[in-house]
Write a protein that binds this ligand. Structure first.
Ligand SMILES: Cc1cc2nc3c(=O)[nH]c(=O)nc-3n(C[C@H](O)[C@H](O)[C@H](O)COP(=O)(O)OP(=O)(O)OC[C@H]3O[C@@H](n4cnc5c(N)ncnc54)[C@H](O)[C@@H]3O)c2cc1C
Length: 445
């Protein structure tokens, strides 16, 4: 393999691994370089499913429309074409359109089949090794990846695509809980819950909606309470996609080096646009969607103090408006609320429940204790948490920063690990952007 096409190991095996694989291959092809050797190392049997798409139940829908979910930026209709190819039909018999919210399992099959096609092609240069990666060490210009069974693999570049850790420790908001399920995404997590159990769901976000609808489908007579301080539920998508608004400031001028305005100024501009939309009788969703492509630049332009302020005071409201549920999901959820199956209560102190489920969302990828690999990299100083503690310190292309402050040219992250560095990183459109940036960094023009 000529030196001009570095080899890549992607650690993970979930959705992001497929995005990185595709982006690196497309970049090499665009530059006329030989096909790169790409090895995905993951601990699940099938690459592409991961937590979000591998453990979803059939009724769990994507929270992004089909038009946003293609693997390749060069082929924006790729997911829709796949749905057409496999003859997917929604419950009412309709074919997929740009605004369809397709089951997460179906999206997982799309990613998995795309990766499998590469594995089946002996000339693709793509391979898969199943195992748990416990160490990544750089020496003499190569990175060595060690698996739990002591297998060693080496490559020029390693990308960490580790996905979302389980939720962090939660303070159960009432003493009257008999038992707590700490990880709602663990396989069989809900199997021990009976129809007669009174269930407390801690949190009122998208995980709560998944769990509430799953439990209600399993046990139609079940009674559930969901709790959070402000009872903010995720907003609902518009019935049909509307083009995004202009955003807050010209992305071009920011990229040209202009300073990002301080957070209060950004929020004022955002508020102004929301009020103008409301006064004109127009939806607010396009205002937010217009800001989304600018988030990485804006976030990196904010000072650490402003980033922390955003996390403390704005993030929850941002999240419920940014990560929206499909209308069909809202119909099901509001049906549960109307039927008294699910009650939303901000203060459950003094109440008694048989089971509480921690639905507070994933912990920081940079937290110690969930991944031997992350612990090892933190201890070695190869990576550090970003100043907000939400993920790893990294640059805009996901290149990881060491304790010495050096930006690596060989160790990258994608997905949840970049939350602190870029803020919006877990959803498919942002993951696709970062995968492309990694490919451009690894294979410069
Ligand atoms: C429940 C849920 C629903 C979501 N729904 C949507 C949605 O509708 N739309 C959207 O855009 N985004 C959604 N997301 C965001 C989601 O994070 C991304 O879309 C995507 O699935 C993340 O891919 P990933 O590869 O980073 O993580 P994952 O797909 O979770 O994959 C990570 C994989 O890495 C493996 N792994 C971790 N450490 C190691 C190691 N040391 N060695 C080997 N393997 C390892 C894990 O076991 C896992 O298989 C959802 C997230 C969750 C949690």
């Amino acid at each position: 393999m000529p030196h001009s096409t570095p080899s890549v190991i992607v650690v993970g095996g979930g959705a992001a691994s497929v995005f990185v694989t595709v982006a690196v291959r497309e970049r090499a092809a665009a530059l006329g370089l030989p096909t790169p050797a790409i090895t995905v190392v993951g601990n699940d049997a099938v690459v592409g499913l991961g937590l979000a798409y591998g453990r979803a139940e059939p009724h769990h829908r994507l929270n992004s429309p089909a038009s946003a979910m293609s693997l390749s930026p060069a082929e924006p209709g790729g997911f829709l074409a796949y749905l057409d190819d496999v003859g997917w039909r929604d419950g009412d018999g309709s074919a997929a359109s740009a605004g369809s919210f397709v089951p997460r399992q179906v999206f997982g099959h799309y990613l998995a089949s795309a990766f499998q096609a590469l594995l089946d092609d002996s000339a693709s240069g793509v391979s898969f090794v199943r195992g748990d990666v416990v160490a990544v060490v750089e020496a003499e210009g190569r990175s060595t990846v060690t698996l739990a069974d002591a297998t060693e693999l080496s490559a020029d570049v390693v990308v960490l695509a580790l996905g979302n850790p389980p939720p962090g420790r939660v303070t159960v908001p009432t003493a009257g809980v008999a038992r707590t399920i700490d990880d709602p995404w663990a396989r069989d997590a809900l199997d021990g819950i009976r129809e007669t159990d009174s269930v407390l769901l801690i949190g009122t976000g998208l995980t709560t909606i998944d769990i509430a609808t799953s439990l209600a489908r399993r046990h139609p007579g079940i009674v559930m309470t969901a709790t959070s301080r402000r009872l903010l539920l995720p907003a609902v998508h518009l019935a049909a996609p509307v083009p995004p608004g202009p955003g807050l400031v010209s992305g071009d001028s920011l990229l040209a080096g202009d300073a990002t305005p301080p957070l209060p100024e950004l929020l004022r501009d955002f508020g102004r646009q929301l009020r103008a939309a409301s006064a004109a009788g127009e939806p607010w969703q396009p205002v937010l969607d217009g800001v989304r492509p600018q988030i990485h630049t804006l976030w990196r332009g904010l000072g650490v103090a402003d980033r922390k302020r955003f996390v403390a005071h704005v993030a929850r409201r941002w999240d419920v408006h940014r990560h929206r549920m499909a209308q069909s999901v809202w119909v099901e959820l509001s049906g549960l609320i109307d039927a008294g199956t699910l009650t939303l209560v901000s203060d459950v102190s003094g109440q008694e429940f048989d089971v509480a489920v921690n639905c507070t969302g994933p912990n920081s990828v940079a937290a110690r204790g969930w991944s031997p690999l992350v612990d090892a990299l933190l201890s070695a100083g190869s990576i550090v948490p970003d100043p907000t503690g939400l993920g790893f310190d990294a640059d805009e292309a996901g290149a990881l920063v060491s304790t010495a402050g050096a930006v690596s040219s060989r160790l990258f992250a994608v997905g949840a690990g970049l939350k602190g560095a870029l803020w919006e990183t877990v959803a498919v459109p942002e993951m696709r952007v970062v995968a492309t940036r990694i490919a451009e960094r690894v294979l410069p023009a």
